[in-house]
Design a binder for this molecule. Structure first.
Ligand code: ADP
Length: 548
């Protein structure tokens, strides 16, 4: 039987609709940014929307075609926000480049994306000048600053000043309407497990993600909130917060390049921030600073922690010592990034505190728009019993279909449905709560049995003398791989390897206890602030384990 069309308005889901909505209904709500220049800049959604239109006009004047990629190398700030809307809203693709990547990777990514214009903060001028000869697709360079801060001379031809470009436009320009499946943004995976791969988001996927994100079972952001995304805008679009905050009219606080504990705490207090989101490493700095200076939060209430496993000890500290609600979340560049969040269900209200915490320490359950499965090595679905680990698959409206420039589908077919293989190993319990046990590349395979590096790290992090810990596989002649713990001690704290290993007694099976501990001053992190285990594995490949 033929179906009948509904008779509702056809309005494409567009990124420009978010900022237009904010300008009309929350036009006076502030957008506060810590600028590279060091000062705090105050703007509003009405102003961001007007200046985004000027960005769109400037891009047209520079000769940028619709669909062209426009690169950004920038911190979280108001100009970057204007670019998000001006570029995508006008039908071009906003390509946020991660400046923390190796220079060769940055050049590779910009060439692969064929960026036509590169906008960058002055922090990155030396880097851009160095890379420019390799970046043939870039016709224009725009320094995101005012005329007074422009360099007297530069090796870059066609170097423009951001504020001059905007000042030349009158803002008399209307947002165009186009198909909601039009490409809007581009992010590359950080390439910690291979060459970076481009994920091309659409207007539709971005807006649906934002709608899901603001819901109470996700980030629960509303117009009452003051939101500070610590996650950089070049890391999966600051997890979508720059789209979600205008959608609900929440005040937005953008911390620029100052992501140390002292600067973040000061900004959160002075701007009365209520909600924040970031990777666990950021909290390490913040907690150390706050404990050293006996500080508290006067307005911050909730934080989403994800991107890497949040150690239970960190969650306890934030909740018990600083009164925060910690929402543990999992996602990836390929999932826009929100996949799961650890919120409780009504039936969990009667649980005792420790059982509730055990659930909240998992990576959580999906929100509408995302579905999960776990499969064995032959792609056969595994049970949701909370203890059988398998390869985690995901599908949904904001999950990648295929990577930029590749027609190959990375998907797995399950009963005729396409599922994206995440490369993570996870369990799912009967209530749908997912727990990551490891990245498949980080699992320690000891005599055919798997040991979760995350479990070992979580135990080590609960030791009072441990600041940060990584568990990695070390070659063993008999067992193939055995766990080695690499540890940074807290300043002034002392613990021996033997004491630390004794701390594992009774917490895991004896064969899972690491064979050795190495103490270091610092652990390597990836460009997105996670433990860089590949580098650690290489560094300790030939480490002699005791008794070998
Ligand atoms: P990359 O780390 O390669 O830059 P992403 O930022 O997209 O790329 O990282 C996605 C990966 O991060 C996931 O596949 C998973 O391994 C890890 N991850 C994200 N959130 C969590 C979490 N809460 N717990 C454990 N691992 C996580």
């Amino acid at each position: 039987m033929p179906t009948v069309s509904g008779q509702m308005m056809q309005m494409p889901l567009s990124i420009s609709s978010l900022i237009r909505h904010a300008a009309r209904h929350a036009g006076d709500v502030e957008v506060v940014s810590r600028r590279v220049e060091g000062d705090l800049h105050r703007s509003t959604y009405a102003e961001v929307e007007r200046r985004s239109r000027q960005v769109a006009q400037a891009l047209a004047r520079l000769g940028c075609e619709l669909g062209e990629r426009i690169g950004t190398l920038a911190w979280n700030g108001h100009r970057h926000l204007e670019l998000f809307y001006g570029i995508s809203g006008s039908g071009r693709v906003c390509h946020t480049v991660n400046p923390r990547l190796h220079a060769d990777q940055i050049a590779w990514i910009i060439n692969h994306a064929q960026d036509r214009v590169l906008f960058f903060d002055s922090t990155f001028l030396p880097l851009v000048e160095k890379l420019a000869p390799q970046l043939a697709s870039v016709a224009h360079w725009v320094l995101m600053t005012a005329r007074a801060q422009m360099p007297a001379d530069s090796a870059l031809k066609n170097l423009h000043c951001y504020e001059d470009l905007l000042a030349a436009e009158d803002g008399q320009w209307a947002w165009p309407e186009f198909d909601e499946n039009t490409a809007s943004g581009l992010c590359y995976t950080s390439g910690t497990t291979g060459m970076p791969k481009g994920v091309l988001y659409s207007h539709r996927s971005t807006v649906l993600h934002a709608l899901g994100q603001v819901s109470v079972d996700a980030m629960g952001i509303g117009s009452r909130d003051v939101v500070l995304p610590v996650t950089p805008m070049f890391h999966v679009n600051a997890w979508g917060v720059p789209f979600a905050a205008p959608m609900v009219g929440a005040k937005l606080v953008l911390p620029g390049s100052r992501l140390d504990g002292a600067s973040l705490h000061e900004l959160m207090e002075s701007e009365r921030v209520t909600f924040t989101a970031g990777v666990p490493t950021v909290w390490l700095g913040l907690i150390t600073h706050m404990k050293a200076h006996r500080l508290q939060f006067s307005t911050l209430r909730r934080t989403v922690i994800g991107g890497a496993a949040c150690p239970p000890a960190m969650m306890r500290t934030l909740e018990d010592d600083f009164g925060l609600e910690v929402i543990h979340a999992w996602g990836m560049t390929e999932t826009s990034p929100l996949g799961t969040l650890a919120h409780l269900k009504a039936k969990h209200a009667a649980l005792d505190a420790e059982s509730r915490r055990a659930l909240q320490q998992k990576q959580g359950k999906v929100i509408y728009g995302v579905d999960l499965a776990i499969v064995d090595a032959d792609d056969r679905p595994l049970p949701w019993d909370g203890c059988t680990p398998g390869q985690l698959l995901v599908r949904g409206q904001w999950v990648v279909d295929h990577y930029l420039g590749s027609s190959e589908s990375p998907h797995i077919d399950l009963a005729g449905e396409r599922w994206f293989p995440t490369g993570d190993v996870a369990t799912i319990d009967a209530d749908g709560y997912m727990q990551i046990t490891d990245r498949s590349k980080d699992v320690i395979k000891s005599g055919g049995e798997w040991i979760s590096s995350i479990v070992l790290e979580n135990i080590a992090m609960a030791h009072p003398a441990v600041h940060e810990a990584a568990a990695i596989a070390c070659h063993h002649p008999k067992w193939d791989e055995r766990p080695l713990l690499v540890v940074v001690r807290k300043p002034g704290a002392d613990v021996s390897a033997a004491d630390l290993l004794r701390f594992f007694d009774g917490k895991v099976a004896s064969w899972q206890v690491p064979d050795d501990v190495v103490f270091v001053d610092e652990l390597p992190h990836t460009a997105t602030g996670k433990l860089f285990k590949m580098a650690l594995r290489q560094a300790y490949r030939d480490h002699r384990l005791p008794g070998v």
